[in-house]
Design a protein around this ligand. Structure first.
Ligand SMILES: NC(=O)c1ccc[n+]([C@@H]2O[C@H](COP(=O)([O-])OP(=O)(O)OC[C@H]3O[C@@H](n4cnc5c(N)ncnc54)[C@H](O)[C@@H]3O)[C@@H](O)[C@H]2O)c1
Length: 382
């Protein structure tokens, strides 16, 4: 049996609860939220015991009530203080993204975890999913030859005109529009492809980015919001170049194209763990260069992982990351969801988010370790 407790029981916590149900070996010991009303609704809906305060959740002397892992599902501005309190109380932590909105705070969390020999990781975890692992296998098998360039898009459409007031989670939490607009789409979403690319191609050495706020009146009373558009060219240590774009203005496009010597590896959705991975060959016919109209759909030779809940565009199992950490804790091995990986992801994401129009070249201070593929991602169906 694996045990977790949850801090922050808002919109995304319902996705976690549904996802955790796909791993019956995980038990949720307790939940806590500063919003007592929300906590009660959540706890009644999911039949989870509650803690009256953060101290009560953390300082229990009853070993049975101490979870193996705490899931920090609070809003980004609270991630640092909540994760820090958990680490200082001796708990392993899996934080929703970003690890922290300030890089110096992310370094501090990383330091405390290392000093206390605790596990620290952050979302997203879709790089552990069937689709991402299939892409990686296609790269490792050199199906299209050497990868040279990547285009990754995370455009979510014109969100400020969407009827988001009607977006309600399963147990009734509203989509936190104000927080989303203040945190910004880059901190919220860039990680969905950055993490795949870091897993496949390793650390990023240099970032040249720009970000801007295109729609200035997303919130009433001139409230300050974050960039709603960003784009970056990423220079990987391995020599690969990637362009990533995030936005909540341009129409929906979650495409990934890995352009290789002999063709392209393609995915059209990062938020679907079971999205189709295709290869498209390039060839010459008479005097023309052609990207084939025909594609090959890649499938793994065996089963991968349980699929998560479906809600709108999102078909992701949010428990893949916590499960990877829990099994690493049990087996006392380095997790794929490592603290170094989370720190590097945080640094690159902040470099893009905060670039605005005048940063120039940013050299990354952090790096990420190599990690093994998931055990089920070893062969493609022929
Ligand atoms: N909304 C989404 O679709 C979505 C999807 C994936 C990931 N996320 C991530 O999940 C995290 C939470 O987002 P959300 O959409 O659930 O927001 P939310 O506002 O709906 O829920 C966050 C909850 O955390 C609670 N909270 C805030 N500070 C706290 C503290 N110090 N102690 C205890 N509880 C605290 C709030 O009261 C709230 O109930 C964010 O990091 C976000 O990036 C959100």
């Amino acid at each position: 049996m694996y045990t977790v407790s949850i801090i922050g029981t808002g919109y995304v916590a319902d996705f976690y609860m549904r996802s955790l149900q796909t791993f019956p070996e995980v038990k949720v010991l307790k939940a806590y939220d500063i919003n007592q009303q929300r906590l009660k609704v959540f706890a009644d809906y999911w039949h989870v015991p509650t803690a009256a305060s953060l101290e009560e959740l953390l300082n229990t002397s009853d070993a049975q009530e101490r979870p193996m892992l705490i899931l920090n599902l609070t809003n980004p501005h609270a991630h640092f203080t909540v994760s820090k309190a958990c680490l200082e109380a001796g708990y392993n932590v899996y934080s929703e993204k970003p690890l922290s909105i300030k890089m110096e705070d992310a370094f501090e969390l990383h330091r405390i975890a290392a000093e206390k020999d605790l596990y620290l990781a952050s979302a997203p975890c879709s790089y552990l999913s069937q689709v991402a692992q299939t892409v990686w296998l296609a790269v490792r098998e050199k199906l299209m030859g050497k990868p040279l360039l990547v285009y990754a898009e995370l455009d979510d459409d014109f969100i400020s005109q969407a009827p988001y007031q009607k977006w309600i989670s399963e147990s009734g939490a509203p989509w936190p529009a104000e927080d989303e607009f203040k945190v910004g789409c880059t901190l919220e979403h860039a990680g969905y492809y950055l993490s795949w690319l870091m897993m496949i191609f390793g650390p990023i050495e240099k970032v040249i980015a720009a970000s801007a706020e295109i729609i200035k009146d997303k919130l009433p009373n001139n409230q300050q919001t974050a960039p709603d558009y960003s784009t970056a060219t990423l220079f990987f240590k391995c020599g690969l170049i990637a362009r990533i774009t995030c936005g909540i203005v341009a129409p929906h496009n979650h495409g990934l194209r890995i352009i290789c010597e002999q063709g392209v590896i393609e995915v059209n959705e990062s938020w679907n763990n079971a999205a189709v991975v295709k290869t498209r060959r390039r060839y010459v016919l008479h005097r023309k260069l052609i990207n084939s109209l025909f594609t090959r759909k890649l499938k793994l030779s065996g089963p991968s992982h349980p699929m998560g809940p479906k809600k709108g565009n999102t078909k992701m199992n949010f428990a893949l990351g916590p499960m990877e950490l829990l099994s690493a804790i049990k087996e006392q091995r380095p997790p794929r969801t490592s603290a170094d990986f989370a720190l590097h992801l945080n640094e690159v994401t902040l470099a893009i988010q905060n670039a605005r129009d005048n940063t120039g070249v940013q050299i990354m201070k952090t790096s990420c370790p190599e990690q093994p593929p998931m055990p089920w991602a070893h062969a493609l169906k022929s």
